[in-house]
Design a protein around this ligand. Structure first.
Ligand SMILES: Cc1cc2nc3c(=O)[nH]c(=O)nc-3n(C[C@H](O)[C@H](O)[C@H](O)COP(=O)(O)OP(=O)(O)OC[C@H]3O[C@@H](n4cnc5c(N)ncnc54)[C@H](O)[C@@H]3O)c2cc1C
Length: 457
């Protein structure tokens, strides 16, 4: 619990319209997209850089934990105030400061919503590719702090591939400017990349300089149904090796389809055991060529049905179905243990069979979907926390799952980050020496461990 005089100082320096400590606000900012809940002591909404510097000055002088937060739709508990303190919410710092078409650059405040930046860029014929399924809510600051991915990252790369520069504040209140307005830049240690994916534990991001691309003139979206998970997974491999550079290669198993069709009140064919969403893009000539090759791959893969979106509205409807999977499966059981493992793409069929065998052996409901093009398998263990036996079986399954992922050369998190939820599993991927190095890096940035404490390791 922070002292009353700290609250008084926050109120007096920032004003009542930016600082809140009443129960309603504490509850609203006590959770994210995980099932965890930790109450902060105060919530502050900065509207300009000076506010950030002021809050940091107060928190560092008074030794109060500070937790940066965007939209709070993180999947690993990164924005939760595990030790109380002040949550700094960036949703009011949401201005696109500059869209520089000549240099393909965007300069934004951290609270800009991902989809808003994409829409503003598209109006100028520009393209910001990273597209987490939460893009209509998540913020650029949260995306950078988690190094968020998404469907189009298969072809275009993750958020970090688009960050050219960052402005940020250390917990001490000192400001740093990292990166440059250029694609090439090898001067000094790459601290910008260290901050990308650092989950708000090293510095508070106050401005982001992003690289944009020219908007691809054409996009085509296909939805292909398969009888079994295995035939769907084999199709994914064929598309990867088909020389058509798909922008998106998303996979959904029967359970995700059942859940999302029920959620949308649509009937699902008995024949459908899995589905794959494929998007191709490029110039008209490139798209025509890729469409022809993809058509042949589909025909030779024995689908039970397929459709191509004919209009923008149809494209959006297919995307919405894909994006509804997360909320739809959350209704299957009281709790969703949501893992986002990644294995090298060629090993997906092996990993999927392994998970299916685990589910059968331990009698657990596991739902699989995700960005199979880049090997990112969202593995959702659907459990009831009141069922002790089921929770124990889930623990065993997680242990086997992570061990296998690391054996196959993969990673325990592709895009959701470690935060609180994956913290107990870091030792599967990192040795004690490596974890100690993380701790020492954290101590250089934040010696008193007050910036987003208790996360990652
Ligand atoms: C339905 C659904 C679908 C999703 N799909 C995807 C997906 O496809 N791909 C994907 O990658 N993720 C996905 N996510 C996870 C989530 O949306 C991303 O992690 C996103 O980047 C979180 O953004 P946010 O603004 O909500 O950040 P928050 O949840 O508020 O914060 C996340 C982390 O960022 C830190 N942070 C936030 N702002 C700053 C800042 N200014 N400076 C320093 N640190 C900061 C926080 O401290 C925290 O550690 C999904 C989530 C949901 C609920």
């Amino acid at each position: 619990m922070i002292e009353k005089k700290v609250l008084r100082e926050l109120y007096s320096r920032l004003g009542k319209e930016k600082v809140f400590s009443d129960r309603e606000y504490m509850l609203a900012y006590s959770y994210d997209a995980t099932a965890m809940e930790y109450w902060p002591d105060a919530v502050v909404f900065p509207t300009r850089e000076e506010d950030i510097a002021e809050v940091l000055r107060i928190c560092s002088e008074r030794r109060v934990p500070l937790i940066p937060r965007g939209a709070g739709v993180g999947y690993s508990g990164g924005a939760l105030a595990v030790q109380g303190g002040v949550v700094l919410v960036f949703t009011r710092m949401n201005r696109i400061l500059r869209l520089d078409a000549a240099n393909f650059l965007a300069e934004v405040e951290p609270g800009v919503i991902t989809a808003d930046l994409q829409a503003a860029a598209e109006k100028r014929g520009l393209f910001y590719p990273p597209d987490p399924a939460s893009l209509k809510t998540s913020t650029i600051g949260g995306n950078v702090a988690e190094n968020a991915g998404g469907p189009r990252c298969f072809k275009y790369g993750v958020t970090g591939n688009y960050v050219l520069g960052l402005e940020a504040y250390l917990f001490s209140g000192e400001k740093i400017r990292l990166g440059a307005r250029t694609i090439k830049n090898v001067a000094g240690y790459d601290l910008k990349s260290l901050l990308i994916g650092s989950e708000g534990t090293l510095a508070v991001i106050s401005k982001v300089l992003l690289r944009l691309l020219p908007l691809p003139p054409l996009r085509r979206l296909f939805w292909v149904d398969f009888a079994t998970l295995a035939t769907g997974a084999q199709f994914v491999q064929k598309v990867i090796h088909g020389h058509i550079q798909p922008a998106v290669l998303e996979f959904m198993d029967r359970r995700s389809l059942q859940a999302v069709y029920a959620y949308q009140r649509m009937p699902l064919s008995e024949k459908t055991g899995a589905a794959v969403l494929v998007e191709i893009d490029g110039s008209p000539a490139e798209v025509a060529e890729r469409e022809m090759v993809l058509g042949k791959i589909i025909e030779s893969s024995g689908p039970v049905g397929w459709t191509q979106a004919q209009t923008l509205a149809e494209q959006e409807a297919l995307w919405q179905t894909r994006r509804n999977i997360s909320p739809a499966i959350a209704l299957l059981k009281p709790r969703k243990i949501n893992e986002d493992i990644v294995v090298p793409a060629a090993l997906i069929p092996e990993m999927v069979s392994f998970i299916e065998a685990l589910a059968a052996e331990h009698e657990l409901c596991i739902v699989l979907f995700g960005h199979f093009g880049d090997g990112n398998i969202h593995t959702n263990l659907m459990v009831d926390p009141a069922d002790n036996d089921e929770m124990k079986r889930a623990e065993i399954v997680l242990d086997k799952l992570f061990r296998r992922v690391v054996e196959l050369g993969g990673t325990i998190s592709g895009e959701h980050g470690i935060g609180l939820s994956k913290k107990p599993f870091m030792h599967y991927q990192f040795s004690p020496v490596e974890l100690e190095l993380f701790r020492r890096i954290k101590a250089v940035f934040d010696p008193d461990n007050l910036l987003n404490p208790g996360k990652m390791f």
